[in-house]
Design a protein around this ligand. Structure first.
Ligand SMILES: C[S@@+](CC[C@H](N)C(=O)[O-])C[C@H]1O[C@@H](n2cnc3c(N)ncnc32)[C@H](O)[C@@H]1O
Length: 368
């Protein structure tokens, strides 16, 4: 199925500022890796030649989690290149709350906006998918994306036994890997076309690290298994149908380091031919901020109350999409509330081991 028929149709983080308020861990990931971007900028050594400097934030959601990083990086571009107009293009899918992006960057929310502090700055938004071209050829100087490239363009097959590909097996697993490979290559080729010579991509991607860890699965209670257990329980008690259970699949592929680097290291492949060169690769685990706070305050009810919104901010669209459109909207909303309430009860009653540690593969790539 084409992207138009799947992910683009329904995918969005929760809007109205909910996403970045509830997802402080994603901000920790970006803030912690900002030195990688500043180092890349240093190696790029942009000339102060009066030409437009373009940065993109691909899969930006409401732009709140990247706001501190963008302020620092574009502040540095302004310092180095006083004569260059700067444009930043925030990109996401059409259902994204782009209005919130502008409220955030212009300081009309709880966040500290930066747009008025950087002279000669132009802020734009695009709803073009990162699986397709976003910018005109040769115009991008610094492409950034965090916690987004795991969204595949289409779900190749339903996973019969689980809601996420991390537990897919056999042919189903192979079809996810194939889709993940195809999409990763096209993400890179589209960016290669957009990048100006010497430009950089800083891509901080959810993935599977060398020890088999991935989001919410780093030693404690596995988050995706918990999702699946609760969704399957709703099926078993007759609240949702078997079809709805089967229709609920995260449109994601978590790549391994080998999967991320293969097209960049293959000197006879199209990505290398398009000029992309790997400058830096590493994996990191960034701890769940809510589990960290719980270790300090020890209040299980507070932990459960604080933690579930972060899960909800990015996963709700997938569970809502799994439910039959024939159900009235309020019935669907009640099922979704019940699902997250059950998760919250579980964490409140038995908090040990819960948490959503972030596992990323950080890539810095140069356009030759
Ligand atoms: C988990 S959020 C990450 C948001 C932000 N970058 C961060 O690090 O907090 C993933 C974002 O990627 C977006 N996304 C998913 N597929 C996309 C695509 N094909 N093109 C552009 N954005 C996409 C989602 O809509 C969502 O806003």
């Amino acid at each position: 199925m084409s992207e138009g028929g799947t992910t683009r149709r329904f995918m969005a983080m929760k809007g109205g500022g909910y996403y970045s308020k509830a997802t402080t861990g994603a901000k920790d990931v970006i803030d912690g890796a900002t030195p990688l971007i500043l180092d890349a900028l240093d190696r790029m050594a942009p000339e102060d030649d009066g030409s437009v400097f373009t940065m993109s934030d691909m899969g930006c959601a409401d732009g709140g989690t990247s706001i501190g990083m963008v302020a620092r990086v574009l502040g540095e571009v302004r310092r180095r290149c006083p004569s260059r107009p700067i444009q930043i293009v925030y990109t996401d899918l059409p259902r994204n709350d782009f209005g919130q992006v502008f409220r955030n960057v212009y300081g009309l929310s709880d966040l500290e906006g930066y747009a008025d502090a950087i002279p000669d700055l132009y802020v734009f938004a695009s709803a073009a998918s990162f699986h397709s071209p976003i910018l005109p050829p040769g115009t991008l100087n610094l492409g950034f994306s965090s916690t987004a490239t795991h969204y595949i363009s289409a779900v190749p097959a339903r996973i019969p036994n689980h809601v996420h590909m991390v537990r897919a097996e056999g042919r189903c697993k192979l079809s996810r890997e194939r889709q993940g490979r195809k999409d990763w290559e096209s993400i890179l080729l589209n960016r290669a076309r957009e990048l100006a010579p010497g430009g950089r991509l800083c891509l901080f991607n959810f993935g599977i690290d060398e020890e088999g860890r991935y989001l919410g699965h780093s030693g404690g209670v596995s988050m995706f298994d918990t999702y699946d257990a609760h969704w399957a329980a709703l099926r078993d008690e007759g609240t949702i149908t078997e079809e709805e259970y089967l229709d609920t699949n995260f449109p994601q592929h978590f790549r391994t380091v080998a999967e991320f680097t293969a097209p960049l290291l293959d000197e006879s492949g199209p990505v290398h031919a398009a000029g992309l060169r790997l400058e830096h690769v590493e994996t990191r685990v960034v701890g769940c901020p809510y589990a960290r706070d719980f270790a300090g305050h020890g209040d299980a009810a507070k932990f459960a109350r604080d933690y579930i919104p972060t899960l909800r901010s990015w996963s709700e669209a997938t569970f809502a999409k799994g439910l039959s459109p024939d159900r009235p909207a309020d019935e669907r909303a009640a099922i979704i509330d019940r699902f997250y309430d059950a998760y919250e009860t579980r964490v409140r009653e038995s908090p040990e081991g819960h948490g959503m540690d972030y596992v990323h593969c950080y890539l810095v790539i140069r356009k030759a």
